[in-house]
Design a binder for this molecule. Structure first.
Ligand SMILES: [Zn+2]
Length: 226
């Protein structure tokens, strides 16, 4: 790899695609791999061992004015040579994502890119069963998805409006904010009247029904206790 920032080259590990077998996806698209010892998620962040700049292949090559200097000051000047090019533990992986989120923020990357990084940190904390940190990063992801939706910075990327709205809904639901979840799922239905993304609409419908079902059972339990 040639580093986007310092242009020096280094090697990085990736999981061979033939070993990446996804058994299923959770409702926020978190992949569950057939072989849990090979987690491709651990290797999506490239960490330059020379300057510390950390990023994904979705980062743009363009650095807005003064952002290179900011990264050099806040990351590179404090960087001691270390590399993440060997096998990564889940804790190494979390650190690489945190580095990428910091570098991405300094580089003023798109909200949609930062949202994806935060969502993945939440997934990794879910694997370690650290609910508090999972929720913390879900909240960051939600803020970035909302910013991406309102600024439209996802246009021209692989993300779509329906997917962002669905994810904002599912993250809200996971954080216990049913009202916001229902608002976002309703927007998925509304904006997708021509039904291009049928599977997403179905997923939004399923989550919507689950919330309604839970709300109904909560009400009936409450009246039973009373
Ligand atoms: Zn570098």
């Amino acid at each position: 790899m040639e580093c986007l920032l310092c242009k020096q080259t280094s090697t990085t590990k990736k999981v061979r695609s033939r070993f990446v077998k996804v058994a299923k996806y959770e409702t926020d698209f978190c992949p569950i791999y057939t072989d849990s010892s090979i987690n491709a998620l651990y290797y999506t962040i490239f960490v330059c061992p020379h300057c510390g700049f950390s990023y994904t292949e979705d980062f743009s090559r363009y650095f807005p004015p003064a952002t290179k200097e900011a990264i050099e000051e806040k990351v590179s000047s404090r960087w001691f040579p270390q590399h993440f090019s060997n096998e990564r533990s889940i804790h190494d992986a979390i650190n690489t994502y945190k580095l990428a989120s910091y570098c991405g923020a300094l580089k003023k990357e798109k909200h949609i890119i930062l949202a994806g990084i935060h969502l993945r940190i939440a997934w990794l904390y879910r694997i370690t069963q650290n609910a508090k940190q999972e929720e913390r990063f879900l909240r960051f992801a939600l803020m970035e998805y909302e910013a991406s939706y309102s600024t439209g910075d996802f246009i021209g990327t692989r993300a779509t409006e329906a997917k962002i709205l669905y994810l904002a809904g599912d993250i809200s639901r996971r954080m216990g904010n049913d009202k916001a979840a229902i608002k976002y799922f309703s927007l998925v239905f509304e904006r997708q009247k021509n039904a291009r993304e049928t599977s997403l609409i179905q997923m939004a419908r399923d989550r919507f029904q689950e919330i309604k079902h839970e709300q109904r059972s909560r009400t009936s339990t409450a009246s039973f206790i009373r």
